[in-house]
Each structure stands twice: as structure tokens, then as C-alpha cells.
Design a protein around this ligand. Structure first.
Ligand code: CU
Length: 463
């Protein structure tokens, strides 16, 4: 983490805006910036009421300054470069060096003052999604405040009345600003740290971008057809794993600021939805799930005891959301013998790619990719290609992971005899299904075809 030291040289001009003195502060609080997309383990709160910090997946929590009992934060809305995964960077808009912005953590009853400096080329505002606050602090441009013009700093101040999980995002030129990645997480911890206590508390936002393969900047006029699906603006294998100790009580809070719903699925464990952005669910209202849908603008907190050791997949269950760009516009050719056909189709469909007629494992396809483009499905596991991209990561449950240790323990070492294995005995005689007339159905033939692959030239069909 680095501190924006040069900020203070510009502070005088911002003080001159006349908004700071109204908040009773002589100077603006420092605006720390983050220059890494790696998960930053949570620091314990240095002052104020105690709480058990959350871990933002591939993110960080914003430090504050205590000023006469008020927690002061400084967010800077600005263009950032976010690494989506090794091999791909995106020009996004965010806060304090990253997109999404830093997580803000406060405690129920805290008085909070947030300075928001706009370094974007257009006006912005911040809406504190889900909070109870004075109407004029709700951050809706035109309705509750004028837009924060470029170069200006606004102050939001309210008491964090309700404990729970919240998000923040602009309510100004929303389609552009959210498509560019302006969003962040907010957690208000309960005043009593023993309440809703868990051992590990992970948070992240779901976000989506439309970035043409080979380019760096999202198309912001996209309404539905996004091609980069991310947890906290990271795509697998760039998403950090969630590393826990066996029998830890684990909470994962997921907020959705994309334009579609995401059924979030955990392997190996059942969980309960214990919270929404409306608050904690009542225990008698909960039921077991292994997948929970997170609709647009919603947050879901799920909880479970991580009792099963192993490397458990955790992902969106829409299969095209676990793929990176170019996963669509590709015809299904399973069972198709395309000897000689590819050439004809290519004349009709210039970007046509031939996938294997045996299922076409895209993870193994060696396609020449434009610069700054992620393979569609990728990531290496201990048994080979994972063939995933996008919204996918792994929950690693280990007996010997120390409390408070979030380091990656490496791949799971399966006890002998607990891994699916190849049958090496004699194959049983094939039994054919009989049709209604008692005649034997012909077996499906697997044609032998050489699969050729064309380099995709773009993303036609989107315009
Ligand atoms: Cu999804």
C-alpha cells in the first residue's frame, strides 16, 4: 500500500472549495491508495470500537482517521488500471487506485464522515446502498444533491445506524460509471463483537465488463452482452482462493452490481443465507442451500461450517459466467463431422471457430490470442486444466490452517483411496438399447476428424 503523498500539495486547493470547514476539519484526511490487486489480510482496528474485520477478495479495507470521535474516510474517484488476471489489464474507473474501491468497515453507532474527491472527467456522487441516513446524504445526483464536479470534494456524514452489509456506487451517469467499475463494499459491524461472530468473513462484489478482445477499455454502452465476468473485477485464475481452517464458521458476503442475476454455488457444503442488504435474516426463516441466486442490486451473506477438508469449487452456476471473452458466438458441433464443411462455413461466418466434435475442450485449445486477452477457460490444477474462467474460485479447507492465516496452503493432498480413478479392468460388453420393434439400435460412430482452429478476428455480432 502506498500513500498519496502528493495529495497534500493539492489539499489547499480542495480546502478552498469551502466544504471542509463546514465539516469542522482543518485538513482533509489522507487518501491511501492501493497499487496491488492481491487480497490484503485485514488489519485489526487501530482505534474506535472493536470488531472482527472482513477479508475483501482481491481487495482491501480503507484506513480512517479518528477526528473528535468521528471516523473520517477519504475516497478519491479516479481512473485506475485494474489487473483482471495475470495477462490482462483494464482501464477502469474506481476509487483510491483500484476498482472496486476499498471496503469501508465501521461499527454500529459510529459517526462517519466520508470525503469524496472527484478526479474523473465528469461529475459523480456516491449512493450508500442500503443505509439508513439523512435523505440529503443518500447521494442521488439531482434528487438529493448536485453532482460532484471534476476537481471538487464533497462530504457525506451520517451515523451507521444499522449493522449489516452494504454497497456504495455512483448515482450519476450510472450506466457509464458502473460499467467502468465504480463500486465498493461497506460493512457495518455489530456493536457487540460476539453477535453474528464468525471465524472468517469474506466479501466481494460481482461485476461484469464488455472488453473487446485485445482492447483495454470497457464498452460502456453495453446493456446485456458483457464478456468479462468477475468477482471484485478479477477473473479466474486471477481470483484469490478463500483459505480457511477446518471447522471454521465461514461467512461469504456477495453483492451484485452487474446487470443480471448470478446463482452462486458452493461445493461440498450446505449453507444458509444469514443476511441480505436489508439486514440479518431471522434464524427460523433460513433453509439449507448449495446455490443462492443473487439478483441485481442485491447482497447475500451465506454461512456454513467448513467441516470438509479439500479444494472446493465456488462459482456462479451460469456456465457462460465461468468463461472469459469469446465464449459465445461459437456453434456447438458435438457429433458433427465437419470434414470439408469448415471451409464453406467460414465463407459465410468469417469468425467461425471449429470446436472439437467430441465436445471440444476449449480449455485445451491453443488459440492465438490478441494481446491483453484472457483465454476463455483456463487455470491449472493439480490434475490438469481446470477449464474455467470468470466467476470461479476455490474454497480451501485445511486442518492445519492457523486461525487468522489467510495464506494459500497449496493444493489439497487427498488421502489415499479418496480420488476418482480410472477403471483398468476389462470393459464390460456393450449393451444396446432395443427400439420398440425389438431391433437393435446402431451404435453412434465417432468420426475421426482433424480439428482446425481459426484465429478469431473480433467480436462481431455485438454491434
Ligand atoms: Cu453469473
Amino acid at each position: 500500500m502506498s500513500t498519496r503523498r502528493d495529495f497534500f500539495t493539492g489539499a489547499a486547493a480542495l480546502v478552498g472549495a469551502g466544504l471542509v470547514s463546514r465539516a469542522g476539519a482543518a485538513t482533509l484526511p489522507e487518501a491511501p491508495i492501493m497499487n496491488s490487486a492481491a487480497t490484503q489480510p485485514p488489519p485489526p482496528p487501530p482505534n474506535g470500537r472493536p470488531y472482527h474485520p472482513v477479508v475483501t477478495l482481491n481487495g482491501w479495507s480503507l484506513p480512517w482517521r479518528m477526528n473528535n470521535g468521528v471516523k473520517e474516510f477519504h475516497l478519491i474517484a479516479e481512473p485506475v488500471v485494474r489487473e483482471i488476471a495475470p495477462g490482462m489489464k483494464a482501464n477502469l474507473w474506481g476509487y483510491n487506485g483500484q476498482s472496486p474501491g476499498p471496503t469501508i468497515e465501521v461499527v454500529e453507532g459510529d459517526r462517519v464522515r466520508i470525503f469524496v474527491t472527484n478526479k474523473l472527467p465528469e461529475h459523480t456522487s456516491i449512493h450508500w446502498h442500503g443505509q439508513r441516513l439523512p435523505n440529503g446524504m443518500d447521494g442521488v445526483t439531482g434528487l438529493t444533491q448536485p453532482g460532484i464536479q471534476p476537481g471538487k470534494t464533497f462530504v457525506y456524514e451520517f451515523v451507521a445506524r444499522r449493522p449489516g452489509t452494504f454497497m456504495y456506487h455512483p448515482h450519476a451517469d450510472e450506466m457509464v460509471q458502473m460499467a467502468m467499475g465504480m463500486m465498493g463494499f461497506w460493512v457495518t459491524h455489530p456493536k457487540n463483537p460476539a453477535q453474528h461472530r464468525v471465524d472468517r468473513d469474506f466479501v466481494f462484489l460481482l461485476n461484469a465488463y464488455d472488453i473487446e478482445p485485445g482492447s483495454y477499455t470497457p464498452r460502456v454502452n453495453e446493456m446485456l452482452d458483457f464478456n468479462i465476468w468477475t468477482f471484485n473485477s478479477r477473473a479466474f485464475p486471477g481470483i484469490d482462493t478463500m483459505n480457511v481452517r477446518q471447522n471454521d464458521r465461514v461467512r461469504i458476503r456477495v453483492g451484485n452490481l452487474t446487470m443480471t442475476n448470478h446463482p452462486i454455488h458452493l461445493h461440498g457444503h450446505e449453507f444458509e443465507v444469514t443476511g441480505t442488504d436489508g439486514g440479518w435474516t431471522r434464524p427460523e426463516s433460513r433453509w439449507p442451500e448449495v446455490t443462492t441466486d443473487v439478483a441485481v442490486g442485491q447482497m447475500r451473506a451465506i454461512e456454513f461450517v467448513a467441516s470438509e477438508p479439500g479444494d472446493w469449487a465456488f462459482h456462479c452456476h451460469k456456465s457462460h459466467h465461468t468463461m472469459n471473452a469469446m465464449g459465445h458466438d461459437v456453434p456447438n458441433l458435438i457429433g458433427v463431422d465437419h470434414r470439408g464443411v469448415a471451409e464453406k462455413i467460414t465463407k459465410l461466418v468469417p469468425d467461425y471457430m471449429v470446436m472439437g466434435e467430441k465436445g471440444g475442450s476449449m480449455g485445451d485449445m491453443e488459440m492465438p490470442l490478441p494481446d491483453n486477452t484472457l483465454p476463455m477457460m483456463t487455470g491449472q490444477g493439480p490434475f490438469g486444466g481446470v477449464e474455467m474462467g470468470g466467476m470461479f474460485t476455490v474454497l480451501k479447507v485445511r486442518k492445519d490452517q492457523k486461525a487468522g492465516d489467510y495464506r494459500d496452503p497449496g493444493w489439497y493432498k487427498h488421502p489415499a483411496g479418496t480420488v476418482a480413478y480410472e477403471w483398468k479392468g476389462e470393459a464390460p460388453a456393450a449393451v444396446r438399447q432395443q427400439d420398440a420393434g425389438g431391433q437393435s439400435m446402431p451404435a453412434a460412430k465417432t468420426p475421426e476428424v482433424e480439428v482446425t482452429v481459426r484465429k478469431p478476428r473480433g467480436h462481431q455480432g455485438h454491434h
